[in-house]
Design a protein around this ligand. Structure first.
Ligand code: ATP
Ligand code: MG
Length: 297
């Protein structure tokens, strides 16, 4: 996106064509506009909110903190966490004319150019259809284009899962938008700091029990909709005070259509129960798995 395409000074592109041969401005062209400075900082871009297709913007109703103004600027605030598939950055979106409405979001960017293969391949993607054959061939050849396609596909899979989870009422960061291999989502924070991963916390007994109940509820909702997270663990759950938020969803699998759906579910139960047991709660993955199965169908 260049500032040219998205110039809030001149949204209809009338300046260049008309201005030179008019000595006095035509009063009919005298529409009001607010002036925005040019962007010179390489860590800034015009907000991409309006440049993505409608399906690439978050579901309604939209949270009140969302910044949708055409004149808004995105500022990279730096890397939050380097991950296996990509990196998570903090990004501020603000309209310079409404600085008090500035919002910080998490930007997860999948890597497309690196010389490495995605570890989450085979079993997860079984049954997932490729949109076009050129992409399928590129992916098979592991070309640069192929890697970009793969990055975009993981991002798209995570985007769809975020939207789905959000719609069925599972606590996930609100999905703001997707643009290629970049997902913008709600930044999960506690008092202005990034919420810790569950694995980093040592909750007292009461909070520990509440956390476990929240996860059982989450897993129940998911299996009732035939969905398995597929990589659930204390590392992909954020502890936002008393509330848990589930993250990292690109590998979500279908409980029934995927032949390994049940195995993934049991593994998610095992990861979760192992962590709670280590913190002193007497829970058992096979019992949990059994309860979930009983509720699923
Ligand atoms: N919406 C968010 N709000 C706050 N922190 C986030 C958010 N999304 C991701 N993070 C932080 O970034 C880390 C990596 O995100 P995520 O797990 O989605 O990516 P990943 O590539 O799978 O990383 P990893 O290899 O560490 O699992 C998270 O563990 C968390 O600390
Ligand atoms: Mg993760």
């Amino acid at each position: 996106m260049t500032s040219q395409q998205h110039d809030p000074h001149d949204p209809h592109g009338v300046h260049d064509a008309d201005q030179d041969h008019r000595s006095t401005p035509d009063p009919t062209f005298d529409f009001d506009y607010t002036a925005y400075d040019e962007l010179e900082d390489p860590g800034q871009r015009w907000s991409t909110w309006l440049s993505v297709e409608p399906l690439c913007r978050g579901p309604e109703p939209r949270p009140e903190w969302l910044v949708t103004s055409q004149g808004a600027i995105d500022t990279d605030l730096g890397i939050l966490k380097t991950g296996k598939e990509g990196d998570v950055f903090l990004l501020e979106r603000a309209d310079p004319h409404q600085p008090e409405r500035a919002v910080v979001m998490a930007a997860k960017r999948y890597r497309g150019e690196e010389h490495r293969s995605f570890h989450r391949s085979g079993a997860y993607t079984e049954g997932r259809r490729m949109r076009n054959t050129r992409d399928a061939r590129a992916l098979a050849k592991k070309s640069a284009h192929g890697r970009a396609v793969a990055a975009g596909q993981w991002a798209w899979a995570e985007w769809q899962a975020l939207v789905r989870f959000h719609e069925i009422g599972v606590a996930v960061p609100y999905p703001v938008q997707i643009d290629g291999a970049e997902i913008l989502m709600e930044w999960v924070q506690v008092g202005g700091e990034t919420a810790p991963r569950l694995a980093q916390t040592r909750p007292g007994r009461e909070l520990l029990e509440s956390y476990y109940r929240q996860l059982v509820d989450t897993l129940t909702t998911l299996v009732r909709h035939g969905i398995v997270h597929g990589d659930l663990s204390a590392y992909n759950i954020l502890a936002a005070g008393e509330r848990l938020v589930i993250i990292d969803l690109p590998q979500v699998v279908d409980l029934v259509a995927n032949p390994a759906g049940m195995d993934f579910l049991l593994r998610d139960c095992t990861n979760v129960c192992t962590w709670f047991r280590a913190r002193g709660l007497e829970v058992d993955e096979h019992e949990l798995f059994g309860e979930l199965m009983a509720r699923a169908f």
